[in-house]
Design a protein around this ligand. Structure first.
Ligand code: SF4
Length: 279
C-alpha cells in the first residue's frame, strides 16, 4: 500500500511560530502560561502540558514570576497591557497576519474612519482586532448584517484571516453600495486554510482512501474531510493512528494523508508510519 501526503498539510505558519516561541521560553527555564488554549489539538496540548505549559483564561490569573503567552489569534491592547503589567515577561505569538489586521484597524480608527471586519464576532481574533479600533469597528458575519450598522464613514473593510473569500468580497461590495465617502477594501484572508483544501482536493481523486488527521472540533479539519469526501468516499477524520480500522483498508492500494492546521508533525509522522506498517 502506498501512502501519499498532500502537498500542504499540518501546522500553518502562525501556529508553528507560536509553538516554537513557547518551546524557546521553556528552554530558557521560564514558567509558561498561555492565555487560552495555545492550539486546538488535544495531543499537542498534552505534550506541551508535559513540558510544563499551563493555560489561564483571564490575565488576572498570571503571577509575577510567570511568563504569559499571547497565542496566534492575538488579544486587545488592554489585555496585552494587563499581561505586561502582571507577568515577569510576555511572549507575543500573535500571528503576523493578524497583527496586520490589527494595525490597519488601528490606523483607520485614528483617522476617525469606521472599520468593518467580516468575521465571527465571538472569535478571539475578532475580539482582539475590535480592541484596536474602539468605537469605530463593527464585526459582521456577512452582508446580511450590514443593515444593523449605522451610516458608515469612509470605511475600511478587512476580514478575519480564516473566512471564505466570497463572503468577504460580497460584503465589501455591499459596503461600497451604502457607505458615505471613500471605501477602502483590504483583503486580509490568510491562504493557509485554502492551500490545505486545494492540496487535499488534488490528491483525493488519486487515492482509494484518505485520512485527515485533526481534532473533531477543529473546523478546518472537518472542512478538509468534506473536501476529501467529494472525490474519495473512504475518507476518515482521525485524531490518532489508534482510530484506523484495518478493515477499511481492504483492497486499498493508495492512501492519502493530510492534517489540519493545528496538527503537529510528530503526530502526522506517527500516523504515516502506522499506515506504512499496515501495507
Ligand atoms: S491560519 Fe493564517 S492567520 Fe491564522 S495563525 Fe495560521 S498562518 Fe496565521
Amino acid at each position: 500500500m502506498q501512502v501519499l501526503l498532500a502537498s500542504e498539510y499540518g501546522f500553518c505558519f502562525g501556529v508553528e511560530r507560536a509553538v516554537d516561541m513557547v518551546e524557546k521560553a521553556i528552554g530558557e527555564g521560564k514558567t509558561v502560561r498561555a492565555l487560552g488554549p495555545l492550539i486546538h489539538n488535544e495531543q499537542e496540548m498534552q505534550r506541551l502540558a508535559h513540558e510544563g505549559v499551563t493555560t489561564i483564561s483571564e490575565p488576572i490569573q498570571i503571577t509575577r514570576n510567570e511568563t504569559a503567552v499571547i497565542r496566534a489569534h492575538g488579544v486587545t491592547p488592554e489585555v496585552q497591557r494587563e499581561l505586561e503589567e502582571k507577568a515577569a515577561s510576555v511572549v507575543d505569538a500573535t500571528c503576523p497576519f493578524v497583527t496586520r489586521v490589527q494595525k490597519l484597524a488601528s490606523r483607520a480608527a485614528a483617522q476617525d474612519r469606521h472599520v468593518v471586519v467580516v468575521g465571527s464576532p465571538d472569535h478571539p481574533e475578532m475580539i482582539g482586532v475590535k480592541g484596536y479600533a474602539p468605537d469605530h469597528a463593527f464585526v459582521i458575519r456577512d452582508e446580511s448584517e450590514l443593515d444593523q450598522l449605522p451610516k458608515l464613514r469612509d470605511p475600511l473593510v478587512v476580514s478575519q484571516t480564516t473566512i471564505k473569500s466570497k463572503t468577504f468580497f460580497d460584503t465589501a461590495e455591499a459596503v461600497k453600495a451604502r457607505a458615505d465617502g471613500e471605501v477602502q477594501v483590504v483583503n486580509t484572508i490568510c491562504s493557509a486554510t485554502r492551500d490545505r483544501q486545494d492540496a487535499a482536493r488534488a490528491l483525493s481523486g488519486m487515492v482509494d482512501a484518505f485520512y485527515i488527521i485533526g481534532g473533531r472540533h477543529s473546523s478546518n479539519s472537518v472542512k478538509l474531510l468534506a473536501v476529501c469526501k467529494e472525490q474519495c468516499e473512504k475518507s476518515f477524520l482521525i485524531e490518532t493512528e489508534a482510530e484506523i480500522d484495518p478493515a477499511d483498508l481492504t483492497g486499498v492500494e493508495t492512501v492519502g494523508v493530510t492534517a489540519g492546521a493545528s496538527t503537529p508533525k510528530w503526530l502526522i509522522d506517527r500516523v504515516v508510519k502506522h499506515l506504512e506498517g499496515l501495507g
